[in-house]
Ligand binder design. Structure first.
Ligand SMILES: *[C@@H]1O[C@H](CO)[C@@H](O)[C@H](O)[C@H]1NC(C)=O
Ligand SMILES: *[C@@H]1O[C@H](CO)[C@@H](O)[C@H](O)[C@H]1NC(C)=O
Ligand SMILES: *[C@@H]1O[C@H](CO)[C@@H](O)[C@H](O)[C@H]1NC(C)=O
Ligand SMILES: *[C@@H]1O[C@H](CO)[C@@H](O)[C@H](O)[C@H]1NC(C)=O
Ligand SMILES: *[C@@H]1O[C@H](CO)[C@@H](O)[C@H](O)[C@H]1NC(C)=O
Ligand SMILES: *[C@@H]1O[C@H](CO)[C@@H](O)[C@H](O)[C@H]1NC(C)=O
Length: 457
């Protein structure tokens, strides 16, 4: 008898999916395709596939292009911009070049556009520190939004133990987010890879950027591993890794702590795999924002596997503006540990990051097929799970499996507005509100409860 009661309780506690191990509805087939994104444990395999020999192993056959041979001083105060430009002019068209920024020095450089196409097998080996001028007034006015900008490259390897340092503190102080009387204007991104393919970035540290740290834009097949990004928690708009209009991007073993999103994935991006990501401080691992100013935003096929978020203001976040169109779908978050995160799981279709309030509108970026599996840890706020979806464009097919989010001093709960989905396994806080707008699921839950009790009898 006790057992039956317990089972009945268990069933009522959860909002089961159509099957205990859900076979996803037809629209979910797209999620099957996500498996192919799985990152093999030996991350160097793909590296070999791309035929990048290691720099040390056969440096005899390489053309070493050392920035110092072009007059770079590396004392942190002399302007080495022209030396870098000249070194690039030599390295880019020469096959098997290694563009070398040597260890142990600080090279002060202003904005530079490193343009491709280049000859085969270019490597960019950064061992020393590259620093930006710290004074916004001395910034190159022709390049207001970029610092180290790489464009139109194919099969290029960036690697080394070096540091890219944006010296951003004066830019942050001049931000309108820091002081309302400042005019809102963009600041440079430290490292940009634009319109490129088959790019590998390994081992670099990017820090204190003027604004975003590392932007991957309009690119395909980019693999980033063992990269560290850091900036103070209160530095404005300093996203860690920002992915826009890009496909087949893998981020692996990255440690990111900044004043904005650790990772942000925006429009026209798909097949994005993140594996083993540390985030915090920061605003979390975000999809969006999308749909600003009535625009179309599309992001699909995103997987985050194995992440640790600590002290961030959000955990797993999807943020869209009212009035947008397009969709976010086929997203899977799994094996995530949170520690002291304000909004561990959040879908916010009312995102508004503008000085004036945003009105609700009838159109919105649709959010569907979002799977959360094995998510545990502590929440700083009561709404450990928040699904704030638009009344006219509800979120659908949200799947929860094995969630355990607690709060040190207080209870946690799930907030839903216009969100439908289901759960299986242990779910804390419980998420019945996901089912309330989905009659099928409720009926199914009742049937399943009857069935379980019946079989036990
Ligand atoms: C980009 O590189 C390709 C070759 O890879 C070249 O055909 C094209 O003209 C380049 N585009 C620009 C805008 O430089
Ligand atoms: C904000 O900027 C204004 C004008 O630049 C300045 O007078 C004021 O002291 C600043 N406020 C703070 C809090 O830094
Ligand atoms: C988003 O991407 C789509 C398709 O690539 C494009 O049509 C649309 O203009 C983009 N939206 C924005 C805001 O750039
Ligand atoms: C977006 O569209 C709505 C409805 O058509 C309109 O009221 C609003 O002004 C538009 N917003 C912007 C920023 O263009
Ligand atoms: C919104 O989009 C319209 C039309 O594309 C453009 O004219 C306007 O400047 C945009 N407004 C903002 C605030 O970005
Ligand atoms: C927009 O709609 C949501 C959900 O119905 C509601 O909570 C919120 O108050 C509305 N916001 C505005 C500005 O009307």
């Amino acid at each position: 008898m006790d057992k039956i009661l317990f089972l009945a309780f268990l069933v009522l506690l959860l909002v089961p999916c159509r099957n205990a191990e859900p076979k996803f509805p037809r629209e979910f087939e797209v999620l099957g395709g996500l498996e192919i994104l799985d990152v093999e444990e030996n991350g160097d395999e793909e590296f070999e596939l791309l035929e990048f020999p290691s720099w040390e192993s056969d440096c005899t056959s390489k053309n070493l292009v050392n920035v110092e041979a072009f007059g770079a001083v590396g004392d942190g105060t002399s302007d080495d911009t022209q030396a870098f430009v000249n070194a690039w002019k030599q390295a880019c068209p020469t096959p098997k070049s290694v563009f070398l920024v040597p260890e142990g020095r600080r090279y002060l450089v202003n904005a530079i556009r490193f343009r491709g196409p280049c000859a085969d097998k270019l490597e960019i080996q950064i061992e020393g520190t590259i620093v930006a001028p710290d004074e916004p007034k001395s910034w190159d006015p022709k390049n207001p939004r970029v610092w180290l900008y790489f464009y139109n490259l194919t099969k290029v390897l960036f690697q080394g133990g070096g540091v890219i340092d944006g010296s951003g503190s004066k830019w942050w102080a001049a931000s309108c987010k820091k002081n309302k009387s400042n005019r809102c204007k963009g600041a440079p991104t430290a490292l940009t890879i634009d319109s490129s393919s088959a790019i590998r970035v390994k081992g670099l540290t990017i820090q204190n950027s003027q604004q975003m740290h590392f932007v991957i834009s309009k690119s395909d097949s980019v693999r980033v591993s063992d990269v560290k990004v850091s900036a103070p928690e209160d530095s404005p708009n300093t996203d860690g890794i920002h992915i826009t209009e890009s496909t087949n991007v893998i981020l692996q073993n990255c440690i990111i702590g900044t004043g904005d999103d650790c990772v942000s994935i925006v429009n026209a991006s798909s097949n994005i795999k993140m594996k083993t990501i540390y985030c915090g401080p920061g605003h979390g691992i975000s999809i969006g924002s999308l749909g600003k100013n009535n625009s179309t935003g599309i992001v699909e096929k995103v997987v985050l596997d194995n992440a640790f978020l600590r002290g961030s203001t959000n955990g797993l976040r999807i943020k869209t503006w009212q009035g947008g169109s397009g969709y976010v779908r086929a997203v899977r978050y799994q094996n995530v540990m949170m520690q002291d995160v304000s909004n561990p799981i959040i879908i916010d279709q009312f995102y508004c990051d503008s000085p004036s309030a945003c009105q609700n509108q009838t159109s919105a970026v649709a959010v569907s097929q979002i799977v959360y599996r094995n998510i545990i840890g502590t929440s700083r706020s009561q709404n450990a799970m928040k699904f704030a979806c638009s009344d006219t464009v509800p979120c659908t097919h949200i799947v929860l499996n094995n969630i355990n989010l607690q709060r040190k001093d207080g209870t946690v709960e799930t907030y839903c507005n216009s969100a439908a989905g289901c759960g299986y396994g242990y779910i804390q806080p419980s998420a019945e509100c996901l089912a309330s707008s989905d009659k099928d699921i409720i009926n199914n839950r009742e049937k399943e409860a009857e069935y379980l009790i019946h079989t036990e009898l």
